[in-house]
Write a new protein. Sequence first.
Lengths: 222, 694, 311
Amino acid sequence: MTLQSTVDGLLVLVLLLDLAMLGASRLMTCVRLFALQSFVLALLPACAELLHGERPGTHAIFIGVAAIVLKVGVIPWLVARIIRTGEVHREVEPFIGFTTSMVLGALLIVGSFVFAGRLPETSHPFSSNLVPVALSTLFVGLLILVSRMKAVTQVIGYLVLENGIYLVGLLLVRQTPLLVELGILLDVFVGVFIMAIVVYRIREEFDHMDTHLLDELKETQG
Amino acid sequence: MNWLLASGGLLLAASAICALLRRQPRAALRLGMGAAVGACAMALVPALQVLLSDAQPAMESVELPLGHFRLKLDLLGAWFVLTICITSAAAAVHSLGYVDPQRDATWSYASVFCLLLCSLLGLVCSSDAVLFLVFWETMLLGAFFLVGFHDRDPETRRAAWVYLVANHIGTAFFVLPMFAVLWLKSGSTRFEDFSGFAATPVVFLLALLGFGTKAGLIPLHIWLPIAHPLAPAPVSAILSGVMVKMGVYGLVRVISWSPQLPRWCAVTLIVAGAFSGLLGVLYAVAQHDLKRLLAFHTVENVGIIILGLGVGLLGRSLGQPVLECAGFAGALLHVLNHSLFKGLLFLSAGALIHSTGTTMIDRLGGLSRAGRLHSSLFLIGALAICGLPPFNGFVSEWLIYGSLAGCAVRGTAVASALSIVGFVALAAMGGLAIACFAKAFGAIFLGVPRDPAVRPHRVPAMMLAPMALLALLCVVIGLAAGPAAALAVKVSRGMGVSAGVSLRDLLPPSQLMLTGGLFLGAVVLLGALRALLGRAPAGRVDTWGCGYSRPTARMQYTATSFAWSLVSSNREILLTERHVEPPLGVLPAAAGRVHSHTPDASFDGLFAPLFAALRRLFRMMQTLTWSGEPAVAHAHIEVGHRASLRRLLGAVRRRGIHISITYIILVLVALFVIEAVRHSGARTEPPPAGGARP
Amino acid sequence: MIWKTAAVAVGEGLLVLILPLVLMSVINRMKARFAGRTGPPWLQPFYDVIKLLRKGSVYSRTTTWVFRAGPVISLAALATAATMVPVVSNRCLLGFQGDVIVVVYLLALARMFTMLAALDTGSSFEGMGAAREATFGMMAEPALFMSMLVLILSTGSLQLGTMVGAGLSAEWATVGSAMVLTSAALLIVLLTESCRIPVDDPNTHLELTMIHEVMVLDHSGPDLAFITYGAALKFTLLGSFLVHSIFPHPDWALHLLIPLRVCEFIALALVVGVIESTMARLRLVKIPQLLAGATVLSGLAVVLVLSRRGA
């Protein structure tokens, strides 16, 4: 198994985790799958450098470690805390059914592959699967965001979206300054923190976390 | 050719005489049906001559004031004549047992039947646009009278009108303009002069829509499940087995006039065929009435035929004559196969009505004991329609599978993807058809009778004989796959496949015969082994009920329950409504009730609101010229339409946040796609990925 | 020379005939080991079949000729399919382009007749089993066909003998991930069609949990022997798709290849035994999701193969 096929295999694993998240019916399963996906993605910059024939530089290692600490450790812990303190039914409640979401996700993946074939070739990614996988992760994140009722799952959808954007950023791993990468990671962390607080407040105020019921703000007195 | 003219003449004469024989219904029926059988036999002679030998197509030509009376029997025409004659002859003999001289106006049945048959034969032989349209019209009118034969029933009258209106819309808006365009371009109405002018998008689309309405492509199929169940069974056999093939014939003719069609035509045909087939069989699974189930299966099989035509065109556009040949040969063979087994199934349904008086599957059961031959023949038809070896349905589907796989392997990326979609769709259709016919055969013929009010009579031999003939042909074509496929390949030359292309490079049908023989040998061997091993059975007991001591007939699995898991997993597509009244209390006094209904979404969602809107428009125009009170609101027509709109708005309001997020995302994605497509020409631009945040 | 090839062919055929029951025995003993027991004797499935062949049959008053013909026709279809599938070596008795579709449809014919025989008894149990079998069989077809498509696209041939032969080794080197996905999908289809956990429990006889077992509830004597053997044969045929895709060997000498293949089959049986012992049966509403997942996996493999071909 050459390094190239290992990297290809890791990207396919990322795709499989996307699909698995679409089909998972328990909230904790979704969080763990996200953690696993972030772990795989954290390994990729180092592998990219190895593929280009040089030892992984400090930049890549630092990014990898920061990503692991934040996206595999802290953020899943935060989200798990939200689930534990907030949720009575720890089940994902989708609008469109698990099988349909999985089929839609598969269609989005096929669409990304078709679409990526038509994009102009500029930055010579280290694997021909990188752009399609990045696009599919993006779309799957959007699909999770849109098709689930609970606020926590929308947080997870946003996180998967971030993973997709991170993958696209890997295209430019040499060019992006370190500060920008750190800025992105901080963004993610702060965003999730704020979402955790808001979700907690919603739960306190309304006794449930279904965002679709937030439309119906009614006057209860007078 | 003289044989054909003679058979046409015989039919016209018989039709006229039957119209005079009002007082002798039995004689009229016998004369009419006998003439039909005789005419079919006479028409088969030149058809077989053209098909089996290398005879030149015969030609007759007479000049008339408008257009010419030109008849030509070439390979394609001969194949369709074969299809027409076999099924019509079987239906004619079956009518002798089905149509009741005491009750019905037999003279009109016999007369119109002969006229219909004459117009069908004329249609496939005509070589002139005006003549084609004349025969098309008489075919539609004849079928209208036959569909509405039991006209004391208002539902049947409505079905006949729906049939007439739907087909005339198809003819008036699509078929007529298509011929008009061809006439304008080529300057004449002769079919030979059309070659070369037909390869335009306009002509192809008009042909697809117009002939697709006749053939029953979704969503233009709405008249099919309304008209076919209510027509008398032999007429349903002709409608499903022969007349939808006239739509296919029209499409095949248009394709044969255009040697080079652009790739998107093949794409359209494949997508339309796969979509129509899948939806058709899904609807079929959810039906409670046997004839409606069979009508939806016709929609599915037409989808398979169109899929075969599409993959043939795809092979042609890829420059692979073998794939083109396999696709067209598969589609043409399926035309014949489908008319055989669908005719058999509808004639069985007719025998069922004759013996029990109903076709509601959930009221029947255990009929295999009452009619062993009947149930065996239905089983052969069911196995053939599912495409199982060693019957004929498998041979044509195998050819289409081979062509799809070949296109997937040898085609460009888009062609590959499309063939893969077609391949998997065909597989899904096969699985669903198996489920559907296991349900139908199991619930009707196996088990014990469910409704004690249904008491089966014996089915007369006059009805069983044509069914046996059709079943025999199904088996023979399935076992003799080599000659059948070779004949279909020969006919596909009429569609433009070059001579000398042999299927052996892609799929050897002769080996299929070997497999069929091997299977039969295995059955015989194992049956002999079983007979040798089995001593006298240790006794006949009641079915083991896992401890229930008093199982009743109502405890059997009904057909609805059988299909329920499939229907409920596809509820979003089928939109089935189910009403359940559960038994109440600990010791319930009355049994519960379950009622489910699957509406035809194209009808309720698309055409019914359209016609309702048209009706309102005409009423409005009427009230403008009428001084008096405004027309009474006919809310009953519009309730369905308004209710669905209200439901939609309510759903949107409830899911406001998600809808708005989805909207934003879709707009962003659209911008993304447009930008990328715009920039894809310039190769030096950086990819406008969504990650350009810093 | 010709006697030698004939003898070899007959030997291979006999091996293919006894391999199904051997695999059943391996699975049962593996499950027993996990449960802490020794398990039945190694030759128990043979004893069972022979015992059933010697018994008489009890028929229900409700059944007709369909019930009696069902097991015979199913086994005949499976036996005909077995002539076209390469099991222990890379050759099969009968092979031609397009035989992969014939094999899959023969398996469908076997399934159809088992369902009809079940519906013939007029009992709600068998009807329920037939309904479930129809649904899950229908959903497994696209997954099976998609996996077949991956093999067809990789090797460019429609003949099973060449599809699962040496042509796949190159595929494993280039699009290994696609082959892994296809093998996973084929494993799920194998577990579904041969009615193993997590889709069905072959040991239970509770109506809430049976699919295949409940369909054959009323058969007895030689009919039941045919059905048991037929189920084992189906497992072997679908398992050979899987084994040949995971371990594509070129045409080595037969005295090396055949024992290697037999070992691979036994390894497959051990894996299935482990899966059966460590997993619980899925809820019935989850099984369509599982099969949709299998279809999606093999669809993904198809996309990977196509993009690799286009790249």
